[in-house]
Ligand binder design. Sequence first.
Ligand SMILES: *Cc1c(COP(=O)(O)O)cnc(C)c1O
Length: 232
Amino acid sequence: MAGPATFSAPNSAGGALRVDLGALVANWRLLSTVAAPAMCGAVVKADAYGVGVAKAAPALAAAGCTTFFVATLDEAIELRGLLGPGPTIFMFNGILPGTAEDTHSHGIVPVLNDLGQIEEWHGLASRSDTPLPAALHTDTGMSRLGLPPSEVATLSNEPRRMEGIDLRLVMSHLACAEDPDNPMNEAQLIEFLRQKAALLPGPASLANSSGIFLGAGYHFELVRPGVALYGA
Ligand SMILES: *Cc1c(COP(=O)(O)O)cnc(C)c1O
């Protein structure tokens, strides 16, 4: 992996912000190679981990990255402005009350985390009579985010809840991937496969940065590196 994406604040001579975009792009290319044939996205939440999303995201897009992840709607709208209409932008926080219309109008794909968020997105799809894209986040371990197994079962028994929702991705988050020997990794993988089978078929994503190095079985169709892009 190339060295840290270095960053220095404006200097006394008034120099501009300097970000080592070369290292960032090299890291993304390396992770893409490890993940192939799965696609490699980029997590650019929290101002691209402090590196500066305004520089980082366009550099990654120019290198061929077409799928980005942020946490909040503000981040998603800023990123849409930086990247234009082409790239896919997933928003981890999903639909908070009153944000469905804005999310839709900016072409953001929410990651739906509970039955209430699914209901909001389903409601907007019904009112606007258009299928709306979304990801589903399921809880396969000890994460606090995502649908617990009982709600995955509810969805599978009541497919009406997903009507009007164009399911683009089923995803879950590994709790202990930085420890490759932790049995939790395989337990989460097995649970993820079980949950995926209960939902509609479609692309899936399990691996964050460390998850990519657990092996091809963890890659599915898309990987979601964050910290490894920035040199950690
Ligand atoms: C932050 C985040 C990632 C990226 O994790 P890293 O460990 O930084 O690679 C991936 N998925 C989700 C859901 C996240 O919140």
